[in-house]
Design a protein around this ligand. Sequence first.
Ligand code: GAF
Length: 393
Amino acid sequence: MTTNLPTFNQILETAVITYKKVFNTNPDLASCAPGRVNLIGEHIDYNDGYVLPMALPMATIIVGKIVPNTNTADIITCCDGADDPRRVQFELKNLAPGLPKWANYIKGVIHSAGIPEVPGFNAVIMTNVPVGGGLSSSAALEMATLTFLEALTAGKSTMTLTDKALLCQKAEHEFAGMPCGIMDQLISAMGKQKHALLIDCQLLSTEQIPFSTNDLAILICNSNVRHELSDSEYPTRRRQCSEALSLMKLKSYRDAKIENLTALKDCDEVLIRRARHVITEIQRTEEAAEALKGHNFVQMGKLMTESHLSLRDDFEVSCKELDLLVEAANKCTGVLGSRMTGGGFGGCTVTLVRKNDVDNVIRAMKIEYAKYDRTASFYVCEPSEGARLINLN
Ligand code: GAF
């Protein structure tokens, strides 16, 4: 019933075979890092709040090898297992963003890592994180790159996982021009099987919350749409949030209460809605973390659906496809809650559903979506491990 993505082992095998074919030798280093799904706490990481993502089983893999006496990176990506691998070569001492765009994440990480002696290398990259699907394929690529770099430089790094996440976030800001928050990189670094990660984005502290799904499923539905707005509206939301904060004369959204919104009564109504989303979503996320700890999945689901409504009406980052998929899911037996996840304007929804009902829910969502001539993809996911090295032997 779910959409078939190549498995982790399949993409690893393809990456190794491609490497041998292109570079006529075996790779001896390999790293990987996962994408993520955010359960709740959306557009909150850059507003000092709490977010509650989990790492996905889908990951980006890099295999490669040092090429002695060179100062060049020669990298192939065959993202969706396509037959036409795309290749880029660049000087490691002369890093600047350019084309192809996917290489900017890699260049950005190498640049931000500031390791003086990154040796020349060849590499092949494969991923089964749906690219552009709002499941953080970019953070997966950044984290896989950083983990690979550490292997290249013989693991001399003393960075904490938080340092690594900050480094990758910097790379995304500076080389991809995306002013993202810290959530995606942190969860890609810290993901843990059977756990969701509560991140306090003000203190950058984290708490692993056990999330054994047992009779529940986390159903991700990829709308397979990505609206143009997704890139341009993100920085706009960031600006609006900080404008509202300073008009409320507050330093942080962590000090904000719903009553503070009265300070905005004479302002643009849009700012009131943006701030209301942030204030209520921070509270929902705290409550969701408690619900998860208490195995109160009914409450967790209810909060997820409330989060969607707030993202739709107050933060205005949803779109008709996501709304329709959330509504279709919420009509089904066994669904505890559903919401859009990630930056919005397309991408995915995440639904908490009783395992026995998953197939029926997928069927119902497909039928509803087909009425609009659209096809969605479905993935049932367990919380998975963060970035790591892979032993190729
Ligand atoms: C994107 C960003 F990269 C994250 O930092 C986060 O803000 C998210 O959108 C929205 O919650 O994935």
